[in-house]
Design a protein around this ligand. Sequence first.
Ligand code: NIG
Ligand code: FE
Length: 404
Amino acid sequence: MSVQLWTGCSVATMQAAAGTPYGWVEDAAIAVEGDRIAWIGPRDQMPGLLRKGCEQEHDCRGALVTPGLIDCHTHLVYGGDRAHEFELRLGGASYEDISRAGGGIASTVKATRAASEAELAAQSLPRLRALMGEGVTTIEIKSGYGLALDHEAKALRVARSFAREQAVDVRTTFLGAHALPPEYAGRADEYIDDVLRMLPALHQQGLVDAVDAFCERIAFSTAQTERVFKAAKALGLPVKLHAEQLSDSGGARLAARYGALSCDHLEWLGEEGAAAMARAGSVAVLLPGAFYFLRDTRVPPIDLLRKLGVPMAVSTDCNPGSSPCTSPLLMLNMACTLFRLTPEEALAGVTRHAAQALGLKDRGVLAKGMRADFVLWDVREPAQLAYAMGFNPHRQTVFGGRPR
Ligand code: NIG
Ligand code: FE
């Protein structure tokens, strides 16, 4: 047995069952064997056998330790940027105006299609590095800016390549039904036919962990979304949905019927949709960066979600149009400030509940048998992670048992 020991820290294990806020353990020890946690708890209760098997002891010098952060909703792989549209919006145009005028997602599609695979990776990597610099150890990356088989495959391959080349785990989501590509203008149902051809081909190439769609009046109807969900289910792939971002379109209810892992955005979520999510066990993924950047005024129904026991995750939504954000820490702050989450709920949102939103049972909390993905922070208490704006107290990340 070769054990790595991490001591001299306080740990926010984020275990709900711990019965303490944040699953708090003072003066803790974390014993790591391979890429797993072999034991975690108060240092003075650690079994003697583990200390004997200890190969190396790391003194955390008073750091706060949390689970590695999980960014469960991103569109990180894209070409170009939309700074010009930002200027247009400042001049009075709305996100929907720009989208209807052929800008918005369509302009990113153009830039993404024009980029080679290597260029797309080079443009996207700095964003990933920024997220990793704030302790992200698992990230979900969606396609949805290629909107044609070869370009969707290219983006998903870039996303997958990051898991091989960087010390980070990547889950990929096919979001073919993100927007109508220009060549299908006025023919949305025919484009969905194409999405249904792309999905099995991409799945066969091993590029798809889950399937998402954008169900909205500027994107796809519930009927079109349902066709995509049926195809996903036929392949045994889990679904999730961009739902009720700009209007109550009934997306959450539909997604719940398909046992969605998550429904995301949810500013316009109503009682029925929330109740359906609760019954289905779907996670509510809150995206305060998009809410802020689009200057939305309608807050997702947080009290209702709490009352119904719907788990809430928090994510960057990293994308060029509605949330050009690479800071999970800023999202903690915004989840608290804009959505009134408690700092503990916000931290659960980028750990335990984010893991659940991705269907991952081996991470998101620090406990025996879980992946040894954790972060050392130069703060005393977890609320400081949500409290500061634009300050990064990250000291070190351990990924799969190894310092990164
Ligand atoms: O999550 N809602 C749709 N998709 C993205 C925005 C994409 C874009 O504007 O490029 C989102 O907000
Ligand atoms: Fe999104």
